[in-house]
Design a protein. Structure first.
Lengths: 589, 595
């Protein structure tokens, strides 16, 4: 856990940490020495040598005072250390997120990792305040006590020192059992928590399916499983805890017994023994507390470890020397292979299989094909949501991996199904495309994209916040805002996913018009669904199974009467026949 | 960061016996009480080793003739036994609380899920998921800490030192005072140095933590947006500024308390205790008021006290957290539920009626006004209108996601409020805008409303919904778990939902057709599936393709929350109003280019 903290905090933290530990150790030693001084005081007292007693007491006082002052100092240091770690943690996490590929950011991962970061913050703070200092002290002081006991009576001292590894061993074993037990409980709890959260998120579906209360089987099962896991782990964890305490008490008892035995046998001065008994108590007491601290420490370790994992995630490699932004804006896919890889089950063979395609500068290419053919993935790869596994994607002749991410993204406008709105005003979301745009430009783009009517509908007009991910808007409206943004940005390459076009007639019209507008002044790659769009395209690429199967203009492909023609015809027929079964109302245009 | 101990104890007990914590902990009150008692006994038994130690010390120092080692042996045995009893009691207490806690965790989760199942569906909106997440992931865990550890530890932390203190006084009152002195100094210094209003500070601290948590979450969510625009760096700057601010604020709030604690707790260290006791002790011995053995034992006991006390400090934090957590849980449990009835109703037919219905999400802004509509059995009604007109809201009310503010909705002649939810949803099937597929197998997804369905029935529904081929193509087929074994597109998820509805076979259907257009490649398939679904049922459908209205028995046009027109397609065209206008626009858009 300490290493995790240091990993998060960085090298500056390491130095600070070392200083902190050194000081804490010193405090521990001083406290131990102070305690050791009680023995001569007692001895003097017993021998009625009050002068010596006062003398030793003075020493005791001095050492105690020194220890006390430094204790204050080190506690505050620990606190500041933790604060530094927190700030460093935030900074590094923030940095890391900037470097991660866009494809990493699904709602699930984002939710999970923000949760990790939040808890990490809390735990680091708590650790610093409650755990770090006592932990060190409760290790160093007993050791010091044991060592000084050796000076007074080597047998008892040795007993204590011998007990130390035993205690440590039992603590480790107990800790490990505890740790394993807690992990199992934690996993079971996580599983239940996800089910419970799913239950909350999907209430609409579940309830409309007639599932009431805990009748949702997976949740029920998860709760039961958690209970079972809890019970199983219980014995482990409590046993572990107690074992540790027992061993410590046993050590104390043994030391006392030894002392008494020696005294009775006459091989040790009873008064010495009596004095040392007191000292032994100072050995066992702190160690007992250590056990409890250990539990708290382990909890923190889990959380902090999770943060460390996050911080060490691999980002998308930025080029060491980025190429300059290209002047031409043609797109070339050269033998691209890509699949989503692990984590998604065996359902994912490569989505793109050695696909090659050229989109000439300032032309419009429509991507058409059945769902799952790779159209969406293709567009994502241009924006480096992920990197290709084989082959290359080039923009204006430059591999996108050679461009600085910021430069690349500046060249692209994405009008996708994931609309990337955030909880800010309507206007800000549009302006995101081009912060330097004038109000006039923003309004014009909005007008074109039929966003003005959205502003009219919302209570605060342009200053209405759209909610997290644009929650306050309907699907079609979100799409329109995204289009307005693209218009404002006026990037030389536009990636358009028309799939959401049919969410409402207004959006549909806007989409068609905006594609028409953009086609003239940018390189457009559009996942097309409507005849209107396809008719405008300079060429159509028909995808299936991750490769381009046919390529040409609409008329060419229809004439060829191949896959494309077939596909198109079946779609067209579906488009018009929306009446009820049996009745053929011939109101078709 | 600590609560002052002894002086505040009565108030703490009070807080525990009333209020949210008590409610939440009620299921485990009995075992907790037992555990606390056991621990109390253990703590009280700590007097045994203390006394034994005194006897031991006396016998060892005074009796020069140690041939009477039975006495010594006897004292020794008592000493060890005493330690043993303490440990045993501690163990037993912890065991009991841990067991109780396991039960509590399960009970709490069940209670929460039952509650969630009864909240009006309208409650689940913008802020709800964060709240639920907080409760489920953090608060329940805080209670775990409290029940499993903190309660028992607190008892030990108070009683054991108390017993020790009494013992010290019993041995010699002067020495007893010497033990109290540092503790008194601790309290004084602590109160003097720490700012007043500890609770207020803690409230502000948790505000700060909440703020930074919100900032983190916000950053995580927002950064992807900015990455897409090549501006992620901007937000990063803001984020680090927030982080620094947090550090400054948090430090400012907590440092004085920490310093106070740091300084004050010096007086509780064993070495300072020893100083105090020995100072008084040496003086007392010099004055022949007491003997060295007493000083020894008292100092030994005294040096053990601080450790016990300091556990209270750490547990105070846990206690406070638990109280907060319980508060949040209770607030959720107290949320108003949708009033439901248990008794099954006699439903007439599959007709739906709305009479003078008005509704708004907020009091001041009605979304629907004076809606009176009839949806006769086995007919299809299409709802159209500009966005924001209230179509989604209307369908939400039909599915009783909220209760109407005014008016009535009747199903088969019975007010929907008088129909138990189970029966309601067996009668009314709902197809929502964004398909929500829980993370279970495809088969279970389809059979969500009919857990007793056979595989054959499930497959049949899937075939009719035109999704069977897609499922069969998956490596695990129907057993593929959604989300892990199978990633389904929007349109495919919709068809699973349609299969679900087919299997559920409800007489009434409320659906939003927008769903069917998410994946236009499958649009034809979807429309086909919906058509099958609609056969023979009462269907109320939000139409997004005006072509859908041509086949409907009745089309209702909504604008601004009111019904402005209704009729068949032909009638509405003839009427030449809103509908006719929309129809013409749409025609131009879609068909004009094809010509």
């Amino acid at each position: 856990m300490i290493s995790a903290l240091i990993a998060i905090g960085g090298t500056a933290t390491r130095r600070e940490f070392r200083g902190f530990l050194a000081l804490a150790t010193l405090v521990g030693v001083l406290q131990g020495l102070a305690l050791a001084t009680t023995v001569p005081v007692l001895l003097s007292l017993h021998h009625d040598d009050t002068g010596a007693a006062w003398g030793w007491l003075a020493v005791l006082g001095l050492v105690a005072a020194a220890g006390g002052t430094l204790l204050t100092r080190v506690t505050m240091r620990g606190f500041h250390l933790a604060m530094n770690v927190i700030v460093a943690m935030h900074r590094r996490l923030g940095q890391r997120l900037v470097e991660l590929p866009i494809g990493w950011f699904t709602p699930a991962t984002t939710g999970r990792t923000s949760h990790v970061a939040v808890r990490g913050t809390m735990f680091v703070a708590q650790t610093a305040m409650d755990i770090l200092v006592p932990l060190t002290l409760h290790v160093v002081t007993p050791l010091t006590v044991a060592v000084t006991t050796c000076f007074y009576d080597w047998r008892m001292g040795l007993a204590l020192l011998a007990a130390a590894p035993v205690i440590w061993l039992s603590a480790t074993l107990a800790g490990r059992r505890n740790g394993a037990a807690e992990r199992r409980i934690h996993d079971a709890a996580s599983a239940t928590n996800s089910r419970l959260l799913e239950f909350a998120d999907k209430q609409l579906t579940l309830r409309s399916a007639g599932i009431e209360g805990t009748a949702y089987a997976p949740l029920d099962d998860a709760i039961d499983e958690q209970r079972r896991a809890g019970r199983r782990a219980l014995w482990s964890s409590v046993l572990g805890l107690v074992l540790q305490g027992f061993v410590v008490q046993a050590a104390f008892g043994a030391a006392v017994t030894l002392g008494v035995y020696l005294a009775v046998r006459g091989t040790a001065d009873p008064v010495h023994v009596v004095a040392l008994i007191g000292l032994c108590a100072q050995f066992s007491g702190p160690l007992k507390i250590l056990a409890e601290l250990g539990t708290a420490l382990r909890r923190s370790a889990v959380e902090v470890g999770a943060v460390r994992d996050l911080v060490e995630l691999e980002g998308l490699p930025e080029p060491a020397t980025p190429s300059p932004p290209p002047s031409r804006h043609d797109l070339v896919f050269d033998n691209v292979t890509f699949g989503y890889g692990e984590g998604l089950g065996k359902d994912s063979e490569p989505v793109l299989n050695g696909l090659s395609l050229t989109v000439p500068h300032h032309s419009m290419v429509a991507l058409v094909g059945p769902s799952g053919s790779g159209k969406t993935t293709l567009t994502r790869l241009i924006a480096r949501f992920w990197d290709v596994q084989e082959g290359a994607v080039t923009l204006g002749g430059t591999d996108v991996r050679e461009l600085a991410t910021d430069d690349l993204m500046a060249q692209l406008s994405l009008v996708f199904q994931d609309v990337y709105l955030f909880d800010d005003t309507l206007e800000a979301n549009i302006r995101l495309g081009n912060p330097g745009a004038t109000d006039e430009q923003v309004r014009r783009a909005a007008e074109f994209a039929a966003v003005t009517e959205i502003a009219e509908r919302l209570p605060d007009g342009w200053q209405s916040t759209v909610g997290e991910g644009g929650r306050a808007l309907s699907g079609g409206e979100r799409q329109r805002v995204s289009i307005a943004r693209a218009l404002v940005k006026n990037a030389p390459v536009v990636l358009f996913d028309e799939a959401t076009a049919a969410l409402d007639p207004t959006t549909e019209a806007v989409v068609t018009e905006s594609i028409r507008l953009l086609a003239g002044r940018a390189t457009v790659l559009v996942i097309a669904h409507s005849l209107a769009t396809v008719a405008q395209a300079d060429s159509i690429a028909f995808l299936d199974g991750g490769v381009v199967v046919e390529h040409g203009t609409h008329d060419d492909l229809i004439a060829r009467n191949g896959r494309y023609a077939q596909f198109w015809r079946s779609r067209e027929s579906g488009h018009h026949r929306l009446d009820k079964a049996g009745a053929s109302k011939g109101e078709q245009p | 960061m600590t609560d002052d101990q002894d002086t505040r104890q009565p108030r703490r007990v009070e807080r525990i016996t009333s209020g949210p914590l008590f409610r939440v902990l009620r299921p485990v009150l009995a075992p907790t009480a037992v555990a606390v008692t056991v621990q109390a006994v253990g703590s009280l038994c700590s007097v045994i080793p203390f006394s034994a130690l005194l006897a031991l010390a006396d016998r060892l120092t005074q009796h020069q003739d140690l041939t009477q080692h039975q006495d010594v042996g006897g004292a020794l045995i008592w000493f060890v036994a005493g330690l043993g009893i303490q440990s045993a009691c501690g163990f037993l207490a912890l065991l009991i609380t841990h067991f109780a806690d396991v039960g509590l965790q399960a009970t709490l989760r069940r209670t929460l899920s039952t509650k969630l199942g009864r909240l009006p569906l309208g409650w689940f909106g913008e802020h709800s998921s964060g709240r639920v997440r907080q409760i489920v992931q953090n608060d329940v865990d805080s209670l775990h800490q409290l029940v499993a550890h903190t309660l028992v530890e607190s008892v030990a932390g108070v009683l054991t030192p108390a017993v020790g203190l009494v013992f010290c006084f019993a041995v010699d009152w002067r020495l007893g005072l010497a033990v109290i002195a540092p503790m008194a100094v601790y309290f004084t210094v602590f109160s003097a140095l720490s700012r007043t209003g500890n609770r207020e500070i803690m409230a502000r601290v948790s505000d700060e933590l909440a703020a930074v948590s919100a900032a983190i979450t916000d950053y995580f969510r927002g950064v992807v947006v900015l990455k897409v625009f090549g501006r992620a760096g901007e937000k990063y700057g803001r984020f680090t500024a927030v982080s620094e601010r947090f550090r400054a604020e948090f430090t400012g709030l907590v440092r004085p308390a920490m310093r106070a604690q740091a300084v004050a707790s010096v007086f509780l260290t064993a070495s300072v205790m020893a100083c105090s006791v020995f100072a008084v002790g040496v003086w007392s011995v010099q004055q022949h008021w007491t003997r060295a053995a007493s000083v020894l034992v008292v100092s030994t006991v005294a040096m053990m006290l601080p450790a016990a006390i300091l556990t209270i400090a750490t547990s105070a934090q846990a206690r406070a957290e638990a109280v907060e957590a319980a508060g949040r849980i209770v607030r959720l449990l107290d949320e108003p539920e949708l009033p439901v009835t248990d008794r099954e109703a006699e439903l007439g037919d599959a007709a739906v009626e709305m009479r003078d219905v008005s509704f708004g999400y907020r009091q001041d802004r009605p979304v629907l006004r004076d809606i009176t509509l009839t949806f006769p059995a086995r007919t299809t009604t299409a709802l159209v209108g500009p966005s924001g007109a209230g179509k989604s809201t209307l369908t939400a009310l039909l599915a009783r996601f909220h209760d109407v503010d005014q008016g009535q909705i009747r199903l088969g002649g019975v007010d929907v409020r008088d129909i138990p939810p189970g029966q309601l949803y067996r009668t009314v099937g709902v197809l929502l805008q964004e398909p929500q597929l829980p993370a279970v197998s495809v088969a279970e997804n389809i059979a969500l409303g009919r857990p007793d369905a056979t595989r054959a029935e499930i497959e049949r529904a899937a075939r009719e919904a035109l999704i069977h081929d897609r499922i069969a193509a998956l490596p695990k087929g129907y057993d593929s778990v959604v989300g892990t074994d199978a990633r389904l597109s929007g349109g495919e998820a919709q068809r699973i939902a349609i299969a679900r509805l087919l299997l559920a076979d409800t007489p009434v259907l409320v659906l939003d057709e927008a769903t069917s257009a998410i994946d236009p490649d499958a649009a034809a398939l979807l429309h086909g599936a919906i058509r099958r679904l609609a056969e023979g049922r009462t269907v109320i459908m939000i139409a997004h393709r005006l072509g859908s209205t041509t086949g409907a028995d009745n089309t209702v046009v909504l604008e601004d929350g009111r019904v402005v027109e209704q009729g068949t397609h032909t009638q509405l065209l003839e009427h030449g109003g809103v509908y006719a206008r929309m129809w013409n626009d749409w025609n131009d858009d879609v068909c004009g280019v094809a010509r």
